[in-house]
Design a binder for this molecule. Structure first.
Ligand SMILES: NC(=O)c1ccc[n+]([C@@H]2O[C@H](COP(=O)([O-])OP(=O)(O)OC[C@H]3O[C@@H](n4cnc5c(N)ncnc54)[C@H](OP(=O)(O)O)[C@@H]3O)[C@@H](O)[C@H]2O)c1
Length: 394
């Protein structure tokens, strides 16, 4: 497949879900002369209109960039599913996307949201070879911040049930699984530092490094998060609000750390580079500390970097999930097995402790993004959209 999968998914999604003009109040079926044969809506009751979040102006300020709109419910094409989203995942990069950093050629308006889980409520003929109305599916693609999303069938993942825990695996879990497997070269007994360890992807990096027999250090900003990290096997949680990260690493790990799973950037990246052991590997997962700025990139003093890497035969490696499409299915399958066997914690934060309570309804995506950027979340931030229809067993 040429080019990053995510961009392809996002472009395709945008084309499929371009905001529609006048709303008739009646479902628009592409061509009623053949739609009955080519599309199956089963006995789904689908409204004619829905709410979705649309990027109308490029900005890393999600509230400034994005507005909620009422549009016609889209119609799936031959190889597509119409998914009623029950839960959607919030990602740090939602604001990179709203700032147009993923695809500089993208011009607003375009749809927001990277991942959802819900049920199939309509599908095209080709898609019906693998799916049927009522199936539970998850997907990683564009336009998830909507009550209904059209998803290519081949890019959706059948799941046993519509549970928010499963949503944590699509981006957050897969990133940790594949990045550590492909770029970590973890060996038993090595020391691994995970930054933003109690968040969506960090929690998985902690658990996978532990499974590989490593000693795991995890950074976080509260004692509650540190307690959670202990509970998932982290050997040394560091609450950086209470103890100095650089000083703690210097004192307790004088030999340095072998691998860093680094998500914060800026001064944290600086400390992490300085903490690398001989032959250490630092994986750049993200740099959230810069995402809210105009450039999206936090300041970093890099002039001495080549010397530091050379002196320790250390390396810095970048990881971007869409470049590892070939690893995706295996990663998801393996994580689902671990979850089913009770060997993987998929912590979800639904905002129960946030000021206005649980994130329910499309508009609460705005609150959920703010909550994440205030560093409040423990686990993956998930928003619940539509409640299940009455009598639905999913
Ligand atoms: N490369 C890829 O393909 C890929 C895929 C997924 C995610 N990511 C990256 O992984 C990182 C985490 O993303 P996520 O969606 O899983 O988010 P998350 O970890 O669930 O939430 C973000 C966490 O980052 C920490 N943080 C540290 N400094 C921060 C700052 N200046 N502003 C806001 N938060 C800060 C906070 O935890 P504490 O307060 O406890 O520090 C916060 O809870 C991001 O850098 C993201 O871009 C990369």
């Amino acid at each position: 497949m040429s080019g990053p999968l995510l961009l392809q998914l996002l472009r395709r999604g945008r084309a499929a879900q371009r905001p529609t003009g006048a709303l008739s109040g009646v479902r628009s079926i592409i061509d009623t002369s053949y739609s009955a044969h080519f599309m199956d809506f089963g006995r789904s009751s689908i409204p004619s209109v829905m709410r979705k979040l649309v990027v109308n102006k490029l900005s890393p300020d999600f509230r400034e960039a994005v507005t909620a709109q009422t549009v016609a419910v889209p119609t799936p094409g031959d190889a597509e599913l119409l998914v009623r989203n029950r839960f959607v995942g919030v990602n740090a990069s939602d604001i990179n996307y709203s700032a147009g950093r993923y695809d500089p050629s993208a011009k607003p308006p375009f749809d927001a949201g990277f991942e959802g889980i819900g049920e199939v409520v309509g599908l095209g003929l080709s898609a019906s070879s693998r799916y049927t109305v009522g199936d539970a599916v998850a997907y990683f693609g564009s336009g998830a911040f909507a009550e209904y999303t059209v998803v290519p069938a081949k890019e959706s993942v059948p799941v046993p049930a519509v549970r928010p825990e499963l949503l944590t695996l699509l981006v957050s879990g897969a990133t940790a699984y594949i990045a550590l497997k492909r770029l970590g070269d973890l060996a038993e007994g090595e020391t691994v530092l995970v930054t933003a360890a109690a968040g969506g992807t960090g929690q998985f990096a902690v658990q996978f490094a532990k499974r590989a027999g490593c000693h795991v250090i995890g950074t976080c900003s509260s004692d509650e998060k540190a307690g959670f990290l202990k509970s998932i096997g982290c050997d040394r949680p560091i609450n950086y609000a209470a103890e100095d990260l650089a000083e703690t690493l210097r004192r307790e790990y004088p030999r340095g750390v072998d691998v860093v799973y680094e998500s914060v950037g800026g001064s944290v990246l600086q400390v992490a580079v300085n903490s690398l052991a001989n032959r250490g590997r630092l994986i750049v997962i993200g740099f959230i500390s810069g995402y809210q700025t105009a450039s999206g990139i936090p300041a970093f003093r890099g002039a001495t970097l080549p010397a530091k890497l050379l002196q320790r035969s250390a390396s810095i490696r970048g990881f971007f999930l869409p470049h590892f499409v070939g690893d995706y299915r295996e990663a998801l399958g393996s994580m689902m097995q671990m979850l089913a066997a009770g060997k993987l914690v998929c912590e979800v934060d639904r905002g129960d402790l946030s000021q206005e309570g649980r994130f329910v309804g499309l508009e609460s995506v705005f609150r959920a993004v703010d909550y994440m950027y205030a560093g409040k979340n423990l686990g993956k931030v998930v928003v619940e959209l539509l409640p299940p229809p009455v009598g639905n067993k999913l």
